[in-house]
Design a protein around this ligand. Structure first.
Ligand SMILES: Nc1ncnc2c1ncn2[C@@H]1O[C@H](COP(=O)(O)OP(=O)(O)OP(=O)(O)O)[C@@H](O)[C@H]1O
Length: 352
């Protein structure tokens, strides 16, 4: 439904004395979101998220590469044809971008007025949309009279007015408190299911990805460095940046005192400290006691957490494996052969 091929974007910055500098915000992006998916793009500030999402509806025109939505290559269209194609792409923003001098009803009606639709038809479109977003009783109010969550609901109704196939969400919940965020994400999930709408969202919050996305891409310094099903990303991110996002989200780090004692390489008298991630059958298998029995390794659990992500149960644990090096190596092999993702965080000197 959304396809970017070899998309790069370079901004030219003009200095005071006519000097020119460039910023390459996107580098050779290849990206595909199939119909009906909710796809998240996560990254740190300045990584290129906003530029990426704005390139999808050509609010920002890529310097090179092509953008297609619903089988139509937008980068090859005339201005008029592009305006027409944009009716198929709704967008919501962090700060809602509502018109303050228009009522809720009139804000939602605006894109339809611009399309030249008749009043009666506009009413028959807007009324059910306000019901869908739970604001049927607020039609005559002005944005200033609404909470942040209600304003975002108006923006969602407005984005859906032209019956788009794609909804772009630019940090849509970043200005909202956690409870309101949850209710807006629930609404987006509901719309995705009821209308079959394809959703592309950008965020810097793992919570948002966990709550509603099917797949996630990680963007860093203008490049997509990792892409995965959400369940896989939360169990075994493949990049260091992915692991940092996950650790921040889970707040699952070794205790500080132990962390400071971690050494990068094993020594003759060290124990490995590992982060274990497990899902599926492994969650219910008593692996730790088996490890002691079958490998002769004692396990000291330093931190553990069970998360439920998209109907999958994920277990995460930081543990010290205590035993002779050959045995702890055997234990790691044993865990890996039982579909656990094992990351050796470092090695600590044995106290014994
Ligand atoms: N209009 C612009 N002109 C010049 N440089 C820009 C422009 N927009 C973005 N940039 C630069 O491009 C890079 C990517 O910015 P972008 O806003 O896409 O990142 P982001 O991941 O959305 O960041 P944030 O989360 O802080 O909004 C940054 O270095 C930024 O300074």
């Amino acid at each position: 439904m959304i396809r970017l091929q070899n998309v790069s974007k370079t901004y030219a910055l003009k200095g005071r004395r006519g000097s020119a500098r460039t910023v390459q915000a996107l580098k050779d992006i290849d990206f595909h979101v199939p119909a009906g998916q909710i796809h998240g793009v996560i990254g740190l500030s300045g990584a290129g998220k906003s530029t990426l999402i704005r390139c999808v509806n050509l609010l920002e025109r890529p310097t090179t590469g092509t953008v297609s939505v619903d089988g139509q290559e937008l980068t090859g269209l005339s201005r008029q044809a592009l305006n027409q194609a944009r009716h198929g792409i709704g967008m919501i923003f962090q700060h809602f971008n509502l018109l303050t001098n228009r009522t809720v009803f009139a804000n939602v009606a605006l894109p339809l007025e611009l399309m030249g639709m008749k009043r009666a038809e506009i009413r028959s479109r807007v009324t059910p949309l306000l019901e869908l977003v739970g604001l049927a009783d607020k039609a005559a109010q002005y944005p200033a009279q609404l909470s942040g969550g209600q304003k975002q609901r108006v923006a969602i109704a407005r984005a859906l007015a032209s019956r788009p196939k794609v909804l772009l969400c630019d940090e849509a919940t970043s200005a909202l408190d956690p409870q309101t965020t949850a209710s807006i994400l629930a609404l987006l999930r509901d719309i995705n299911q009821k209308l079959g709408l394809t959703i592309l969202l950008i965020t810097h919050e793992m919570e948002v990805v966990k709550a509603i996305c099917h797949r996630v891409s990680l963007i860093s310094d203008g490049e997509l460095v990792e892409e995965a099903e959400v369940g896989d990303f939360f169990t075994s991110p493949r990049t260091q940046l992915g692991r940092e996002f996950l650790n921040d989200f889970l707040q699952l780090e070794p205790p500080r005192a132990l962390f400071e004692r971690l050494e990068a390489t094993p020594g003759e008298h060290t124990h490995p400290v590992v982060r274990l991630a497990f899902s599926g059958d492994a969650v219910s298998t008593p692996l730790i006691s088996r490890l002691a029995r079958e490998c002769g390794v004692d396990v000291s659990i330093l931190q553990a957490k069970v998360e439920s992500i998209q109907e999958r149960t994920l277990g995460l644990m930081i543990a010290e494996l205590m035993g002779p090096p050959a045995k702890t190596r055997e234990a790691i092999d044993y865990l890996e052969s039982h579909d656990l993702h094992v990351e050796v965080l470092g090695h600590v000197q044995r106290d014994d």
